[in-house]
Design a protein. Structure first.
Ligand code: HEM
Length: 104
C-alpha cells in the first residue's frame, strides 16, 4: 500500500477540507434556495446556479478522490486497529467470563 508521509497526509487533508467546504456550502445553498427566482435560476457571489452546480459536482468528486487517497495512506493503521480491536474484544470477553464465574 502507499507509504504514509506526514507532509503528503497534510496536503491531502487540506485539499480534501477545501473541497468539502466548497461542496458543503454549495449543497446547503441548494437546500436553502431550491427554486431560485421565477425563471428557476439565481446568482450568488456572481455565480449562477448552473455554475454552482458544476462547482458542487467537480469539488464533490475531488473530495471523494482525496478521501480515497486519505483512506489508502492510512491503510496500515486501519489494519492494525482492526486487528487490535478484535484482540481486545477477545480479552474483554474472557475477562467478563471470569467475572461471571466469580459472581456465580
Ligand atoms: C457535502 C455535503 C453535500 C450536500 C449538503 C449536498 C447537497 C446537494 C443538494 C441540495 C443538491 C440538489 C441541488 C438542486 O438540484 O437544487 C445536490 C445535487 C448534487 N450533488 Fe450534492 N451535496 C453534498 C455532497 C455531494 C458530493 C460529495 C457529491 C459528489 C460528486 C455531490 C454531487 C451532486 C450532484 C452530481 C448533484 C446534481 C447536480 C445537478 O443537478 O446538476 N454532492 N447536492
Amino acid at each position: 500500500m502507499i507509504k504514509s508521509n506526514p507532509k503528503i497526509n497534510y496536503v491531502v487533508d487540506v485539499l480534501m477540507f477545501i473541497c468539502f467546504l466548497i461542496t458543503a456550502i454549495s449543497g446547503i445553498l441548494f437546500l436553502l434556495f431550491p427554486e431560485g427566482r421565477r425563471s428557476g435560476w439565481y446568482q450568488i457571489g456572481g455565480f449562477t446556479k448552473g455554475e454552482l452546480k458544476d462547482f458542487h459536482t467537480i469539488f464533490g468528486i475531488l473530495m471523494i478522490i482525496f478521501g480515497t487517497i486519505h483512506f489508502l495512506l492510512h491503510w496500515r493503521w486501519i489494519v492494525t486497529m482492526t486487528k487490535s480491536f478484535f484482540k481486545k474484544g477477545e480479552k474483554r470477553f474472557s475477562k467478563r467470563n471470569s467475572e461471571i464465574v466469580k459472581w456465580n
